[in-house]
Ligand binder design. Structure first.
Ligand code: NAD
Ligand code: NA
Length: 396
């Protein structure tokens, strides 16, 4: 069928299988062009189908010839209805990995559940024996705690005071002022339960209990800090509390892995257009200014460039992993450069509907957004019939 983008609010409800496949191939080519990385060989990626997790899976496979197991939660296709983009990404990834002679299998389901953890442990036991790198890259609005049965919903709210600032509707380009009410009730606890480190810990405990972690195994989860402009709604808001918890969890996991010399890290990554970040008020305006400046400076990176640098220059150098004063790996260094942030702060004050397409990279934002769903990808014929019924080889 002919597949076109269909928008509902901030999300796109269709995705293009060939556009998604082309995105994956482009990322693979990028990794191959950067040369071999002396990294882990048996890798579990939790949240492997889009964004930073997909980039991690690609970097491990095509940078280090690693066997990968990917866990994700995606919608499969039905006749006349497209799958979610992560499904098509994973199908394309497996096809390319298998062509290259690499082991790659995937598990589609709720990573927070006991059932999906059980399936994953069994697969590692049967096929890989142990894993030596576990990437934890989930982004989800809800989590059912498998122990208590409680369903937690995360919220993106400031804590304490109403937050008022500029935002942009990136579809129309309209800049306006928005006020976000502060968190109340159990908002903070719920957000920490979904996006904090509890589930990461549960995964590592489960793997360790069954001796599925290789000696010296490393686990990495992803975090974000960002500038003072977005602090009230991000790092000092409800989601920031969850990231604080995630970062504290890294230390707790490292302690638990002392006997196998294992280590847990949080890597602070740069702001990028993803399904999640498009839904956060204020952030799209920030990203459109950030993209403009980083592109002008020649220092713009997408997920794949970020993760390539994380592996090659931080994790697998043969030397101790460089971390900041809080023990975190930083690949948001270019975003946070003082000159970059000073320019954004200045543009922020000036930004209005009439000038944003000039002083900000609204076009780049939109393109990245459509790319997430496999649209607006160079080399893809969108007028041609596309087959929506794509299998993931290991799922069938
Ligand atoms: P994403 O939405 O692109 O990826 C989320 C992944 O989680 C997908 O593979 C999805 O299938 C999977 N997933 C979601 N719920 C699941 C569930 N219940 N069971 C199994 N899989 C599930 O998000 P992303 O932007 O790559 O975010 C990954 C991490 O990186 C998050 O911790 C995020 O906070 C962090 N991060 C994001 C940014 C950014 O700007 N986007 C910047 C820094 C750090
Ligand atoms: Na991810």
């Amino acid at each position: 069928m002919i597949i076109e983008p269909r928008m509902r609010g901030f999300i796109c409800t269709t995705s293009h299988p060939e556009g998604c496949a082309q995105n994956v191939k482009n990322q693979i080519e990028y990794i191959k062009s950067k040369g071999a990385i002396n990294g882990a060989k048996k890798v579990l990626v939790i949240g492997a189908s889009t964004g930073f997790g997909l980039a991690s899976r690609i970097t491990s496979a095509f940078g280090s010839d690693a066997a990968t197991i990917g866990v994700f939660f995606e919608k499969e296709p039905a006749e006349g209805k497209t799958a979610s983009p992560g499904w098509y990404n994973s199908a394309a990834f497996e096809t390319e990995a298998h062509k290259a002679g690499l082991y790659a299998k995937s598990i589609n389901g709720d990573a927070f559940s006991n059932e999906i953890k059980r399936q994953t442990l069994d697969l590692i036991k049967a096929d890989l024996g142990q894993v030596d790198l576990i990437i934890y890259s989930l982004a989800s609005p809800v989590r059912m705690n498998p122990t208590t049965g409680v369903l937690h919903r995360s919220v993106l709210k400031p804590i304490g005071d109403v937050f008022t600032n500029k935002t942009v509707d990136f579809h129309s380009g309209k800049v306006s002022e928005i006020s976000i009410q502060p968190s109340s009730g159990d908002d903070i606890e719920n957000t920490v339960a979904v996006m904090g480190g509890e589930d990461w810990s549960m995964w590592i405990d489960a793997l360790k209990a069954e001796n599925l972690l290789a000696p010296g195994a490393t686990t990495v989860a992803y975090s974000y800090i960002g500038p003072s402009l977005t602090e009230a709604v991000y790092r000092k808001g409800t989601i920031g509390r969850a990231k604080d918890h995630l970062e504290a969890t890294a230390f707790a996991i490292t302690e638990k892995l002392a006997d196998i010399d294992g280590k847990a890290f949080v890597s602070v990554n740069k702001a990028l257009v993803t399904q999640a970040s498009s839904a956060i008020p204020v952030i799209p305006l920030y990203i459109s200014l950030l993209y403009k400046i980083m592109k002008e400076e020649g220092i713009h990176e997408g997920c794949i460039e970020q993760i390539q640098r994380l592996y090659q220059e931080r994790l697998f150098t043969g030397k101790p992993v460089p971390v900041d004063e809080k023990g975190r790996i930083r690949v948001d260094d270019l975003e946070m450069r003082a000159d970059v942030q000073e320019k954004i702060a200045k543009l922020w004050v000036e930004a209005v509907t009439e000038n944003l397409s000039e002083i900000g990279d609204l076009e780049g934002y939109r393109k990245d957004f459509y790319n997430l769903f496999g649209f607006d990808v160079q080399g893809v014929d969108y007028k041609a019939d596309a087959n929506e019924m794509v299998n993931i080889e290991s799922i069938g």
